[in-house]
Ligand binder design. Structure first.
Ligand code: GDP
Ligand code: MG
Length: 781
């Protein structure tokens, strides 16, 4: 039978894995290999995808993909088999002893002053960034979602200026599956770090060691950081670290990155192995006795065959051998085998497949997992079912329950927006606005009292205080929204959202993973665009990037707030929500258009790990908020301040630098007048509005500061409600700001960046025209 037919709660053993290419390799690398036991945990509320448990962790899989996996049902397990084994006593090696495994000072150290480069490599969500922050004292963002780190970050280890450690995106194996995984693989392979710090999630040790095995083959000095040991010991589990070290042939240091335990010791080991270039003692993991050593003989035959080519091209030979068995194009090309050798290679592999009774990729994956099972049997005292797991299951029963998941999601998002806009954020905003107002008054009086030149007085009070002040007062709302979004992400909830939204997103041609960039888009388009790098398919990635501008970012809030207060105060909540929904709706429509035109084809498969729920770290969240607030204030006092002053200048003077009596004679009016005719059909044929929208291209918040300068508080007398509505819609949809366009360009190139600007402006124009039309026809609200 196929995995798809397996009932909820039932277990089965995989007998064959269908499919082909990178996807199949990915299945194998995630541990879905013949002989593995899987349990169906549940189906997503909409019936697809399913959640599986294997090798002690949770994985999502679409039914269409599950259909390709053949399984043999297992009889129910007896209770005692599940009971925890007695844990072997685990000593913490070298705690205060300076390391037991490695005789320190062996071999020739690298000369003093050599830059020691480290690669921090590990599975997604294994705590790399947490460790990186501990090691370097920096503040990178940590998240409980597979794939938060999307580009590499460098830093020196505290106390060791001659080191450079690089935090890489999480990978499950050295066969890259998404573009970010490629970053990690090329870093290790091409940039040849002096040493690798392999971070292993000890609560999920079998799957994590799979990568470790491949890293050992790289023949680079390595130390294994066994992370999350706090959780393991709290649940009664243990790891015999000394035994594991001797089985793997590298130092293993138990740590808890989050609690900063064992980290100092890890550093000592890492610096040591790097300085003395101590390579892993063991690379040969294939078992001579396993199925008569079919895989063992195959690998060793190939090693002899390609040794010279590998040496010549600087490839670690053991790594190259297992990769060519898996059919890795990249490595094959690098080796440059001649025809005879290629044929010989193929024959060796065919022979192995025949003897082993498994295809090549599965045979290699199985060899690795067989070794891992052996290591774990000897060293790991399985914890009782962890408290975190039990808690996660309980929470999931509701949060991803069949009938509760989607209503709760709507409720949670609703609550987030309600608290942000109506309660916490709004309250803080009023407070801040009052403060700024008071400060403005005081300054105004002081300047008047001191008899300052009226032009300068005008610049300071009208230009800087009112303009920048009106933007700064939105800081609390923005920070509050980011606070909630980061809580959701950090707790692990967003990964669930991806799980149960997959089916819906597939309707518009995307996979559940795209929900993350889209949700982040409500905060800011820039990180949203960046986070698309975690998507495994180019097609999904491009399409998601083109959809993020439809998610209304926080910088547009000041615009909404300003106009809603001026024109429709009685409907404020309704209009705010309406704008967000309109953006989403048009995004969905755009997705349908994309799917028929630019991006035909199917969304990428949805294979994702579901991490346990975790309590978001306070330090972590506060750090993020601080960063966001800093970022926002920096923008307010740089871009927005400059734009404000420039606008004030251009509107106060004419071309001969004389102070103008009527602003309509100013330089600004002249310039903006060139574009204004385009906006006449929208009811926005006023040069001051054109100007505001142009400054909005620099930063959306500037729209309001510019209007404050140009209109003072008299905006309501200039625009009709119909024009105000069309302006709201226009600002919702028109081109994203420069920063966002720059990140689109970085991801997709110039053509797409220019395309986004033009396309969003056109859509905005049409939508605004439609809204104005409706308004005029129905006679307003
Ligand atoms: P990355 O994806 O590998 O960079 O992982 P992160 O550093 O973003 O961490 C993933 C999650 O694991 C976060 O929720 C961390 O708070 C949590 N975490 C990291 N290290 C530890 C640890 O030692 N113990 C526990 N209990 N949680 C940890
Ligand atoms: Mg990370």
């Amino acid at each position: 039978m196929t995995l798809k037919e397996l009932e909820i709660g039932k277990s089965a053993v995989i007998t064959a894995v269908g499919g082909e290419g990178a996807l199949r390799q990915h299945f194998l690398d995630m541990g879905m290999i013949p002989g593995t036991e899987v349990t169906v945990v549940k189906y997503a509320p909409l019936g697809d995808p399913m959640e599986l448990q294997l090798h002690g962790y949770e994985l999502t899989l679409r039914l269409a993909d599950a259909e390709q996996i053949l399984v043999e049902p297992q009889p129910e397990k007896k209770q005692e088999e599940r009971a925890p084994q007695k844990a072997p006593k685990a000593e913490h090696p070298g705690l205060g002893e300076g390391g037991r495994f490695h005789p320190k000072g062996s071999g020739e150290p690298l000369p003093d002053g050599t830059l020691l480069t480290f690669a921090l490599v590990g599975n997604q969500n294994s705590g790399k960034t947490t460790l990186f922050n501990q090691l370097t004292g920096s503040n990178q963002h940590v998240g409980n979602f597979p794939g938060v780190t999307v580009s590499r970050k460098d830093g020196a280890i505290r106390g060791y200026p001659d080191t450079r450690i690089t935090d890489l995106p999480g990978i499950y194996s050295m066969s890259p599956y998404s573009s970010e995984e490629l970053v990690s693989r090329s870093f290790v392979l091409d940039e040849k770090p002096k040493a690798i710090i392999n971070i292993v999630d000890a609560t999920n040790i079998e799957r994590n060691l799979y990568l470790t095995m491949q890293l050992l083959e790289m023949d680079i000095p390595m130390v294994v950081a066994l992370n999350m040991m706090d959780e393991v010991s709290a649940n009664g589990g243990s790891v015999d670290v000394n035994r594991m070290e001797s089985l793997l042939g590298v130092p293993v240091v138990p740590i808890s990155a989050a609690k900063n335990a064992g980290v100092a010791e890890l550093v000592e080991h890492a610096v040591h192995i790097a300085t003395y270039q101590e390579k892993p003692l063991r690379q040969d993991f294939c078992d001579e006795t396993d199925h008569d050593g079919a895989v063992h003989r195959c690998l060793h035959g190939i090693i002899h065959l390609i040794q010279d080519h590998a040496d010549r091209n600087g490839l670690p030979v053991r790594f190259a051998a297992s990769k060519v068995v898996e059919g890795d194009e990249h490595v094959l090309k690098q080796l440059g085998l001649d025809r005879n050798e290629s044929e010989m290679l193929e024959h060796i592999i065919l022979q192995m497949e025949a003897e082993r009774g498994l295809d090549r990729s599965a045979a290699i994956a199985d060899m690795r997992f067989a070794f891992i099972r052996k290591v774990c049997a000897q060293t790991v005292g399985k914890p009782r079912e962890s408290r975190e797991r039990v808690r996660s299951e309980k929470m999931d029963r509701i949060l991803t329950g069949k009938y509760t998941a989607i209503p709760l999601f709507v409720l949670i998002m609703g609550l987030v927006f309600f608290l942000t806009f109506n309660v916490i954020g709004a309250w803080l905003q009023d407070l801040l606005a009052a403060g700024i107002g008071a400060l403005t008054d005081v300054t105004d009086k002081a300047l008047t009292g001191a008899g300052i030149n009226p032009v300068v007085h005008d610049l300071i009070v009208k230009g800087i205080f009112e303009g920048v002040g009106s933007v700064v007062s939105f800081l609390p709302i923005i920070v509050t929204l980011f606070f909630f979004l980061s809580l959701l992400e950090d707790s692990g909830y967003i990964a669930r959202v991806a799980f149960f939204m997959d089916k819906l997103l597939r309707r518009i041609g995307l996979s559940g993973r795209s929900i993350v960039p889209l949700l982040i888009g409500f905060g800011c388009t820039v990180p949203a665009v960046m986070s698309t790098r975690t998507l495994p398919s180019e097609r999904d990635r491009k399409m998601t990037i083109l959809l993020t501008p439809f998610m209304s970012c926080t910088a547009k809030l000041p615009i909404y707030g300003f106009f809603v207060n001026a024109f429709f105060p009685q409907y404020s909540g309704f209009i705010m929500v309406g704008l967000y929904l309109l953006g989403i709706l048009l995004g969905i429509l755009a997705a349908f258009v994309f799917r028929r035109t630019l991006f035909r084809g199917e969304a990428a498969p949805f294979v994702m790990e579901l991490p346990n729920y975790r309590m978001p770290g306070a330090r972590n969240v506060l750090q993020l908020l601080w960063e966001k607030a800093k970022d926002f204030l920096q923008r307010a006092f740089s871009i927005i301040l400059v734009a404000t002053v420039a606008v004030w200048f251009l509107q106060s003077f004419d071309l001969h630098l004389n102070l103008v009596a009527d602003q309509a004679d100013s330089i600004l009016a002249g310039l903006a007048g060139l574009i204004t005719p385009v906006l006449i059909p929208l009811g926005l044929g006023d040069w001051r509005i054109t100007t505001s929208l142009i400054t909005g291209f620099l930063a959306k918040e500037s729209v309001v500061s510019t209007m404050k300068i140009l209109f003072g508080s008299g905006i309501a007398s200039v625009l009709t409600p119909a024009a105000a509505a069309s302006l709201l819609v226009f600002s919702l949809l028109y081109t994203p700001c420069v920063a966002a366009i720059a990140s689109v360009r970085r991801e997709l190139g110039r053509r797409y960046a220019v395309g986004v600007v033009l396309w969003q402006c056109c859509i905005a124009w049409l939508a605004a025209l439609a809204v104005r039309g409706i308004f005029l026809l129905t006679g307003g609200l």
